[in-house]
Design a protein around this ligand. Structure first.
Ligand code: GDP
Length: 323
């Protein structure tokens, strides 16, 4: 299929076309680069019509259970849900642990849902880029609520916050964020904190955790002038508090949307994306350059042995590239 045919089928909501499009943009094969770029250009005017939700939390906190309950709930309200994942560890383990279909069984069977595991990739940058492109493809295919999930470890949270409109952080009842392995920087990204597993004998503890975080969030620098981060209790398993989460998402979208902040955030994100693409592409070209290749080993050894400062070595590499 040509990029034109693919774009056409995609806009008609054809799921097989969506899978084909994603495979094309995820491909690292050099001959796929041009048609993938063409396809993305064709679909651009049909993107942007979704609410993009980032979601994080330590393994076991209930992310997939939540996405399943929440996803089915918003589908019942007439929406279409796509679930993507950024899991930079998947390239190490060889298989993605996120977005795994067996984790969201009823949602994955729902015709109005689309679940895609994390693309494999050597770098977080590579994984992030492909996920951004997949997000655009899902929008063009008519999905209007898009989740980008991340494992609660490392830098992928920031990457996900930088490609979404709203960042949701799931926590467990009891214990401070340090106990839960959440760094302050991650807390600051959160637009909505959800204390999950608020059921059974954990319910009281969840209530206390909500109160503690409501206090704590006031001391953090807010991400938006128009929004103070909220904290809510939830039981993803018992489906309690799920509708309240959707109401908060809608309120957020309305407030920030009216203030023009979603548009301005997306514009800034697109610009930052352009620059990181430029930096990545230049670096790849530099590393493939013959003159650079001839120098690299010696310079690396010199830097390791402390013979020359890294800044000077970097300058030499750039000079070699320029000539
Ligand atoms: P993830 O690793 O963050 O995706 O977590 P999962 O969604 O796989 O959930 C981990 C475990 O917690 C599973 O055994 C779930 O059944 C359980 N769990 C998830 N949400 C809730 C909840 O709201 N209440 C209770 N009691 N258990 C839950």
């Amino acid at each position: 299929m040509t990029p034109y045919e693919l774009a056409d089928s995609l806009q008609r909501g054809d799921r097989r076309a969506l899978a084909k499009c994603i495979t094309l943009v995820e491909s690292t094969h050099p001959t796929h680069r041009e048609p993938a770029a063409q396809l993305l250009e064709l679909i651009m005017p049909h993107t942007g019509n979704s609410i993009r939700l980032g979601i994080s939390g330590v393994p076991g906190v209930g992310k997939s259970t939540f996405i399943e309950s929440f996803g089915n709930h918003v589908i019942d309200q007439g929406h279409r849900v796509a679930v993507l994942a950024v899991d930079p560890t998947s390239s190490v383990s060889g298989g993605s642990i996120l977005g795994d279909k067996t984790r969201m069984e009823t949602l994955s069977r729902n015709p109005n849902a689309y679940i895609r595991p994390s693309p494999a990739g050597k770098t977080l940058g590579g994984v992030t880029r492909r996920t951004r492109e997949t997000l655009l493809l899902c929008e063009a295919a008519g999905f209007d609520v898009i989740f980008v999930e991340t494992v609660g470890v490392g830098q992928s949270e920031t990457a996900v916050a930088e490609m979404t409109d709203m960042f949701l952080l799931l926590l467990l009842p009891g214990g401070g964020d340090e106990l839960q392995g959440i760094k302050r920087g991650i807390m600051e990204l959160a637009d909505l904190v959800l204390v999950n597993k608020s059921d059974g004998d954990q319910q009281a503890a969840a209530g206390r955790t909500v109160a503690d975080y409501q206090m704590a969030m006031h001391f953090l620098h807010p991400r938006s002038r128009h929004w103070q981060a909220r904290v809510q209790a939830l039981s993803a398993l018992k489906k309690q508090g799920v509708d309240e989460v959707w109401q908060t998402v809608e309120e957020y979208r309305e407030l920030l949307g009216n203030a023009g902040e979603i548009t301005s955030r997306r514009a800034a994100q697109a610009c930052a994306w352009m620059w990181s693409e430029t930096a990545d592409a230049l670096l790849t070209e530099l590393k493939e350059n013959k003159a650079v290749k001839a120098l690299v080993k010696t310079l690396e050894c010199d830097v390791i042995e402390g013979k020359i400062p890294p800044t000077i070595a970097a300058r030499k590499l750039i000079d070699a590239f320029r000539q």
